[in-house]
Design a protein around this ligand. Structure first.
Ligand SMILES: [Zn+2]
Ligand SMILES: [Zn+2]
Length: 295
């Protein structure tokens, strides 16, 4: 079961954790009640049985297996990075007596810092995936989806998985190292059912709708603070591919000029300008490495 990704349903830091799926279904249901056009789009475009969706399902199983067997053991852990960070800080600044704040305060600060730094490094890496030509080839696997469903989230090339894994180890490791150096080893995360509370709330608010045809918006003001599901759908559209790189927060897009806000619309054309399409899982895995053969 765990080799084909079924365990993701019971893993709180996975996008398809059952509680997040249920809340997304609930929000989608309410949304369709008010805007039946969304429901018609699901019927007309055959969102669940479209060939792009069928590829997502197959790819999900294969990549879950690749991750379990080959990748997870390769990636350096945030624990290693935090140890190096502590040693580095001790070498640079010597031993200091740790600052004494209440444990609750430190936990809140640590949880919040991890969330904000994590979200920022996500933005940076995602932007690089769009701007460095080789990385864009890799990332096109995600953008080649012609319809969106929650499993499209996992339509990501293994090289991108490795990069995001390294990004996580580095950002979480550095933050944790700094916190242990400053506040001592007695730090902890504020968690709900084993997930960072901020990510849990984000999951509940319909993170699965990012890869769906439910164009849920947060309104002009809040879309400058948080990326709405519709803003990520725009990121998958052919017209606004290189906008809205943000994960949870929109402030990075706002600060660095990549934010795009648009009135709700249905029947968006998804995919890439390059028209990248893949007919088999093997193509998705290997085509990014092919040299373009011009005929
Ligand atoms: Zn992208
Ligand atoms: Zn996406």
């Amino acid at each position: 079961m765990e080799f084909v990704g079924l365990d993701y349903i019971f893993t709180p830091h996975q996008r398809v954790f059952w509680i997040y799926i249920l809340s997304a279904l609930f929000i989608a249901g309410v949304y369709m009640w008010f805007f039946p056009a969304t429901l018609s789009e699901y019927k007309n475009r055959k969102i669940w049985t479209h060939k792009s969706a069928l590829m997502d399902y197959k790819y999900f199983v294969v990549v879950a297996f690749i991750k379990k067997v080959f990748i997870l053991s390769l990636i350096l852990s945030s624990k290693d990075v935090s140890l190096w960070m502590i040693l580095f800080l001790q070498e640079q600044f010597g031993y200091t007596s740790t600052l004494s704040f209440s444990r609750e305060y430190v936990m809140l600060l640590y949880t919040l810092t991890l969330f904000i730094v994590g979200d920022f490094t996500r933005y940076l890496l995602h932007r690089l995936l769009h701007t460095v030509p080789f990385l864009w080839k890799i990332h096109q696997v995600h953008h080649s989806a012609e319809v969106l469903n929650p499993l499209t989230f996992y339509r990501v090339h293994p090289v991108e998985n490795i990069l995001f894994g390294l990004r996580y180890a580095l950002s979480a490791g550095v933050v944790t190292g700094v916190f242990i150096y400053l506040f001592g080893a007695n730090i902890g995360l504020i968690e709900i059912v084993g997930a960072n509370i901020f990510l849990f709330v984000f999951g509940l608010l319909g993170s699965n709708l990012r890869h769906s045809h439910v164009p849920l918006r947060y309104g002009d003001f809040f879309e400058k603070v948080f990326i709405s599901p519709f803003q990520h759908q725009l990121h998958h559209s052919i017209s606004f591919t290189h906008k809205n790189f943000g994960g949870t927060l929109a402030i990075w897009d706002l600060l660095f000029g990549t934010l795009h806000i648009e009135k709700t619309q249905t029947n968006i054309a998804y995919g890439t300008q390059e028209n990248s399409s893949f007919d088999t899982v093997a193509q998705m895995l290997f085509k990014p490495f092919y040299k373009e053969v011009k005929t």
